[in-house]
Design a protein around this ligand. Sequence first.
Ligand code: MGD
Ligand code: MGD
Ligand code: MO
Length: 680
Amino acid sequence: MTTRRPDASEIRTTCPRDCYDRCGLLVRVRNGVVDRVAGDPAHPHTRGTICGKCATAYNGLWLDDTQRIQTPLRRAGVKGSGAFTPIGWDAALEEIAARFTEVSASHGAHTILHAHYQGTYAVIACQFPNRFFHRLGATEVDPGTICDKAGHVALTAMYGTSFVGFDPRTAQAAGALFVWGANPSHSGPVTDRYWLDEFKGVTVVVDPLKTDTARRADLHLQLRPGTDVALVYGMLAVMLREHLLDTAFLARHVRGWAAVAAEIAALTPARAASITGVPLALIEQAARLYAGGPCLLWMGIGLQRQRHGGDVVRAVALLPPATGNLGRVGTGFLYMNGYESVDLPVEWLTMPALAPGPLHTISHMDLAATLADPRRAHAFVNWNTNVLASAADQGRLRAALQRDGLFTVVIDPFLTDTARHADIVLPAAGFLEFDDLVFSYFQRTVSAQVKVREPVGDALPNQEICRRLARCMGMTDAALFESDEQLIARVLGRVAPGLDFDALKAAGTAFVHATPRVQFADLRFATPSGLIEIDADAFTAAGLAAAPRVTDAGAAAPGSFRLLSPSHAWLMNSTYGNDPAIRRRLGPASLLMNAADAEALGVQDGAEVDVRHHGASLPLQVSVTDATPPGVLVCYKSRWPGLDPSGHNVNVLNPGLRADLGDSTAVNSLVVTLAPRGAR
Ligand SMILES: Nc1nc2c(c(=O)[nH]1)N[C@H]1C(S)=C(S)[C@@H](COP(=O)(O)OP(=O)(O)OC[C@H]3O[C@@H](n4cnc5c(=O)[nH]c(N)nc54)[C@H](O)[C@@H]3O)O[C@H]1N2
Ligand SMILES: Nc1nc2c(c(=O)[nH]1)N[C@H]1C(S)=C(S)[C@@H](COP(=O)(O)OP(=O)(O)OC[C@H]3O[C@@H](n4cnc5c(=O)[nH]c(N)nc54)[C@H](O)[C@@H]3O)O[C@H]1N2
Ligand SMILES: [Mo]
């Protein structure tokens, strides 16, 4: 008897999740079936490593076709019940087209809302569908308002852009690196492991939590949440006292410094220490390190998800110009390296000009209220996002999604809580099932996402669903039907001339710039004055003061606690929340609490408590830890609400707090109280 050699082959592709890492993958296909997803050792940034959550979910949930939505579904029970009947694509698309046409005629297309984010970050699947929604005249739920908008508005006003950060390859020239309000040990674990650990200079982490990244840093400034402005001013006051400010740089390149100077004069370093809770000696040390340079600054996204998030980012972004740490190799800041950093105009993909009239948008903070309003919302499409897990005001949002007059369409590979509330569910193809391009928002790279298998069941990529929907609605604009091949070729031709898709597939990933770029190398800023504008019009218009204001937002009244809900190491937003192995790791929904708080409250590790805010309550199990300081609690974001006994996650507690800029989320500013389980 002869044993047949298995027909094994490995195909190189890229992880498209919403994460800093953008790992290279090797997918093993045996006899036409994917049987293993692993890291690609040839990848220049991730070198064969992938994180625990993706290794688990890509080899579990994502290889189990029975977990996927296989065909379009039509609701067959009450909304939310999850009862559906499979239907074909033609019936599904015709029904959607008929409803959209009817709603547009009777109420205006702006009463069709669409919410989307970065369920996949692959550029065509993530951006192309916007063409259809623009052409339709639908209202867009501004995606950034659930995540990062306050920071973008602040940095754009000050610097003219928020999407061109330092090139991470320049790090070896830096003497110090400040990681300010980011937790790559969770949010970019491979970057944390290689890029950060291999940094040769001094690392400083500024975070209220003792994250794994903070534990490994040379210095951890464990400030009270929301006191970042005071910390920045404390550092600047030390620099002023010790003549470390780069006054020549400020005079040449910055507008509005006088107001900052007045604030610094009014705040002693000792006062900054008392507001922030960071020891004076550490503030002094951090100030000297930053001013000594060359210094890099990584500003996190969790940082600005708070009431004064815009002002906080505006304050932290003073440090590079105040110390002249800008425009030279080994200096600068990174919030995100967006499409702009690789010179790709994203409007190429989204084409806002297709809209029949002015664009309509609302903030995510208004999503629940808008969907609840029968005059403002007649139809809703949720694609590439899972609003019932991620968005604010979860109780009201769910009630709105159960409203009879709202026609809801959900596009997703999995039957999420949101999908269970749909009238029509459309099955999205996963990242192993179609070609696309993926950019990174950390390294300035472009990567190939490669089709390694046929789509599960009748699933289709987002972009193909929208092409078919456009056709079904009788739309004729050629832009709505541009093919993936054309799009890939055009985008590659722009960002990496000379590199075709076949060559990129062979390489997996390519740096867009052969040599590292220096951020703001010409020290010219795309602001109205060409200078860094601390007093930009956008700040005045939003009611902000001439300089960032010190707030004592960190101090909660006795008996109440500041609740943070950052990234969980084992979840990718909610994307892996239904993987059985990951659910075992997650355990019950928990509340991290400092031992001192636990003792004062008389609760033990494992105790059941109700967390309360604004009339809502969430049952959680206490987990005592030294990772949170007294007065601060943590409940990680993004569990699947419907898989927990309460039917909710942390977003039931958030009524939709908004930051000071961009109508953006302030979810990290929740101040909650606790009660024993079941107390009234
Ligand atoms: N309490 C609290 N809440 C938060 C945050 C917080 O800090 N605290 N953070 C917020 C932030 S930063 C963000 S970005 C949001 C993220 O929130 P969401 O945008 O809701 O992200 P996910 O929960 O990952 O949902 C993405 C969905 O897209 C699906 N998906 C994956 N690939 C595809 C595809 O190719 N096509 C389609 N159609 N679907 C696909 C996944 O299955 C998943 O259901 O959450 C926010 N929510
Ligand atoms: N494993 C995993 N990775 C993810 C995600 C995920 O859900 N899971 N989500 C992805 C998404 S959508 C995003 S936007 C990014 C977010 O990436 P990050 O910005 O790194 O993520 P967060 O975890 O939201 O917040 C980072 C840190 O901000 C701190 N922070 C909170 N309030 C304050 C404050 O007032 N001051 C300071 N200085 N720090 C504060 C928190 O304690 C937390 O440690 O991560 C992405 N990567
Ligand atoms: Mo995000």
